[in-house]
Design a protein around this ligand. Structure first.
Ligand SMILES: Cc1cc2nc3c(=O)[nH]c(=O)nc-3n(C[C@H](O)[C@H](O)[C@H](O)COP(=O)(O)OP(=O)(O)OC[C@H]3O[C@@H](n4cnc5c(N)ncnc54)[C@H](O)[C@@H]3O)c2cc1C
Length: 379
């Protein structure tokens, strides 16, 4: 049997892509190497409210907390507090999100093969291992949604530099937390990124870190928790994962294979968040494939259909490069300048977790922040 479309990977983005394609009327088969969707969890589960609503994500089934802002900590302890008077982001039970998307895909008649891993692709022929038996499956179009450590990228010979794949480590712990705010902590304990505290409630939080280079993220997290003097107990749900931090892949298509989500580095390089951006990319993927199957439009239209998202991701990458050029003293000085220039008020009013294009141009209209705008323009 020839399957019209095979999606490799039943993560949030693979499943969202499958649902969009099924709603467009296509026959979709999803292949997932694990026996259970949503496990193991490798995520802090924070998504913007605007993004989740725009994409109709099933948040009511999997929200454990809502936050209304962020506290950013400089290495010397200065704090920038960005806050709105209503909730701006959901803290999701990530396993429940994937399971809800799985149920929706099945409702739309997706064929889902669990315990099945993709081994190789030759044009329309997929070589898979299903419950330890080698099998073949034919698909006209293949979607690579197999995550940050993608096998499909390797099969296609698409290389991603190791420096664009950061190692992350996260625990869940009991303590005393401000349930309305996520925390981002910057310092030498997290070169190239930051440590985070994402509250599930005032008593429980997800505490994690990602860092570049050869630094061990588990040791980095211990270093951060010691430095921040977090009073925590009952540390559980330890997880490790990879956060893609780079420009979105230009080479996101080869022949009949299209890449989406973490596999295509469609994450925000500022924060590593990839659920919303990957799902936005799945809309472009659906448009591209639907126009191809209906009107024979070229699959290479994928890049232009991703245009608006890629512009946003490029801005995230620019901001990341700027922050990565700063040492601890520079970050302390930047926080002092931003506080003096009342950047907290500006970001509280105009900040947007996903779309820097919504607020970066406004920097130019805020004289007290011209210095920063200029630096970002030059970098
Ligand atoms: C520690 C950590 C914290 C994070 N926190 C956040 C956050 O707060 N907010 C946010 O938006 N993002 C966060 N992210 C990023 C987010 O988890 C990813 O962007 C998101 O999971 C991407 O979804 P995906 O479907 O592309 O990939 P994945 O969720 O990784 O799914 C890929 C799927 O493919 C399957 N697979 C892999 N290889 C094969 C194969 N050969 N055959 C068959 N199946 C295969 C895997 O089993 C998996 O189910 C975090 C990441 C990490 C590591």
């Amino acid at each position: 049997m020839v399957h019209a479309i095979a999606v490799i990977g039943a993560g949030a983005v693979g499943l969202h892509s499958a649902i969009e394609l099924l709603k467009s009327g296509w026959d979709v088969t999803v292949i997932e190497e694990h026996g259970e969707v949503g496990r193991p969890v490798q995520c802090a589960g924070l998504v913007s409210r605007t993004g989740a609503e725009m994409l109709h994500l099933p948040t009511e089934e999997c929200t454990v907390n809502e936050v209304r802002g962020a506290k950013l900590f400089a290495p010397d302890g200065q704090i920038l507090k960005i806050e709105k008077n209503k909730s701006v982001a959901y803290v999701l039970d990530r396993a429940k999100l994937d399971k809800a998307l799985y149920a929706e895909a099945k409702k739309h008649n997706a064929k889902i093969m669990l315990n099945t891993s993709l081994i190789d692709i030759r044009n329309e022929m997929l070589f898979i291992k299903h419950e330890n038996r080698g099998e073949m499956l034919k698909a006209k179009i293949v979607i690579g949604a197999d995550g940050a450590n993608s096998n499909i990228r390797k099969i296609l010979g698409i290389n991603v530099a190791a420096e664009n794949l950061l190692h992350a480590y996260q625990v869940t712990a009991k303590g005393s937390f401000d349930k309305d705010f996520v925390e981002l902590h910057f310092g030498n304990f997290a070169p190239g990124f930051f440590a985070w505290v994402v509250p599930e409630s005032s008593e429980t939080a997800r505490i994690g870190i990602a860092c570049s280079g050869n630094k061990n993220p588990n040791e980095a997290l211990q270093e951060f928790m010691g430095k921040a003097n977090l009073q925590i107990s009952d540390v559980h749900s330890r997880l490790a994962g990879i956060v893609p931090v780079g420009p979105p892949l230009k080479e996101n298509l080869k022949g009949n294979v299209l890449l989406v989500g973490d596999c295509a580095l469609q994450t925000k390089a500022t924060t590593g968040g990839g659920i919303i951006t990957g799902c936005i990319a799945s809309l472009a993927l659906n448009k591209t494939i639907s126009e191809h199957l209906k009107n024979n439009a070229p699959l290479s239209n994928y890049s232009s259909n991703l245009g608006a998202l890629n512009k946003e991701l490029a801005m995230h990458w620019k901001l990341r490069n700027y922050f990565n050029s700063l040492n601890e003293n520079d970050i302390n000085a930047l926080f002092a300048k931003l506080r003096k220039a009342r950047a907290e008020d500006f970001l509280s009013l105009h900040g947007d977790m996903d779309m820097p294009s919504k607020f970066l141009p406004k920097l130019l209209r805020t004289p007290s922040l011209w210095g920063l705008a200029l630096k970002l323009a030059i970098k």
